[in-house]
Design a binder for this molecule. Structure first.
Ligand code: ZN
Ligand code: ZN
Length: 394
């Protein structure tokens, strides 16, 4: 029996519906395939060329960060930054000079002679250079006493303030921490001078790959560490931690040597020194890693963190490598530090913010994140801050 017109219309409709459904399914499959292919491709592009049996930050091409696939911005980006800075007249000259005071050499030297009975102190010498006295040791972070942060003595970023202490005013330095090899953190003349100090060279603790740089200068008292490796000097344990940055002293050695922060554990003080860093989850990881020795019974978290607060503008260029004060306060909170000292500002004009802007931004960040003024402070160049010795609950 031939189908009725109504049945034919119904069959036609369901046929069309089937066709539409099939087309939709094909289209969806094609989209899904394309998406999968794109994902696979992007995974390939971002897939770390990890070295078999090594940690993921060890790559065939050098080292890499934990939470960002960092490649240094190319020449075009650099030129764009420099053009915009020139066009906008940046950095604006500071309204006031970076505060500087005459150092309390009496306190520093008496403290140095007291050995393990010393009062823990931090003295800001300028930029990322801090004299730390803890656990009976005199420690310097990223020492730079030169007039310029540059491979050349006559060109490059010049000091806005002289160092808080001159090399000859320092007590005998036991330990030097180098966070990475950028010129404002690894200064040839300063390292050579410290290696020749009276009483013998300090111990230089450096990230992987930097020992060769010291060997070329006949400096042998060097310990190289990978992330999370440690070394003990006297009563002080030194641990290199991950941070988010990069390395390079020329166009051909990018990421060839490692970078990092340092955790120092002394009976009287636990200190963290970040070197240079962008904001990342690394700081929550650091807190978790040391949670046991930072329990309330052990005396709580880091007594002091030395965190960078300068070198952050323009954000589109700097964000992945240098935190701004707002991010530095977040790091302070991520670490669970009892107090932080803002460093890496006011000394060398490396970026687009005014030399005197970081402390103002820091004050704003403290307010917006409800952090007390005394919990994240800055010092004048040359100023010493005594710190309360750590007391584990007995
Ligand atoms: Zn750097
Ligand atoms: Zn730096």
């Amino acid at each position: 029996m031939p189908p009725t017109p109504a049945a034919r219309r119904g069959a036609l409709r369901s046929n069309r519906l089937m066709q539409i459904k099939t087309l939709a399914q094909r289209w969806w499959r094609r989209c899904a395939c394309a998406a999968a292919a794109a994902l696979a491709l992007s995974a390939c592009a971002n897939e770390p060329a990890a070295v078999a049996g090594q940690a993921p930050h060890h790559r065939d091409s050098g080292f890499q960060n934990n939470y960002v696939e960092f490649s240094t911005p190319g020449l075009a980006a650099f030129m764009r930054w420099k053009f915009q800075a020139w066009r906008d007249g940046l950095p604006a000259p500071p309204a006031s000079k970076t505060p500087a005071i005459v150092p309390d050499l009496g306190l520093i030297q008496t403290n140095a002679k007291a050995g393990v009975r010393m009062v823990p102190t931090v003295t800001w010498i300028g930029h990322a250079t801090v004299l730390v006295q803890l656990g009976g040791l005199n420690v310097l972070t990223d020492p730079i006493f030169s007039n310029r942060a540059s491979p050349l003595s006559f060109i490059g970023p010049e000091r806005a303030q002289k160092p808080g202490l001159w090399l000859h005013e320092l007590p005998h330095i036991d330990l030097v921490l180098i966070s990475h090899n950028h010129y404002d953190h690894l200064d040839d003349d300063s390292v050579r001078a410290l290696a020749k100090q009276a009483g013998g060279p300090p111990l230089f603790v450096v990230p992987l790959g930097l020992k060769a740089w010291f060997a070329k200068r006949d400096i042998a008292r060097v310990v190289e560490l990978d992330w999370w490796q440690s070394h003990r000097l006297g009563d002080v344990e030194i641990v290199l931690t991950p941070v988010q940055h990069w390395s390079g002293r020329s166009l051909t050695d990018r990421m060839d040597t490692l970078w990092g922060g340092f955790a120092l554990f002394a009976p009287d003080l636990h200190l963290f020194f970040a070197g240079d860093t962008g904001y990342s989850k690394d700081f929550a990881d650091i807190r978790e890693r040391f949670a046991e020795r930072h329990s309330a019974a052990q005396g709580g978290g880091f007594d002091i963190a030395l965190l960078p607060i300068g070198g952050y503008e323009p954000r589109w260029f700097m964000q992945r490598q240098h935190v701004n004060p707002e991010e530095a306060v977040r790091i302070h909170r991520d670490l669970g530090a009892k107090a932080s000292l803002g460093i890496h500002w006011g000394t060398f004009g490396l970026t687009d913010e005014s030399l005197d802007e970081p402390p103002r931004q820091l004050a704003q960040a403290r307010r917006s994140q409800a952090v007390a003024d005394s919990a994240f402070f800055t010092l004048a160049i040359g100023q010493t801050r005594r710190l309360a010795p750590r007391r584990p609950r007995s």
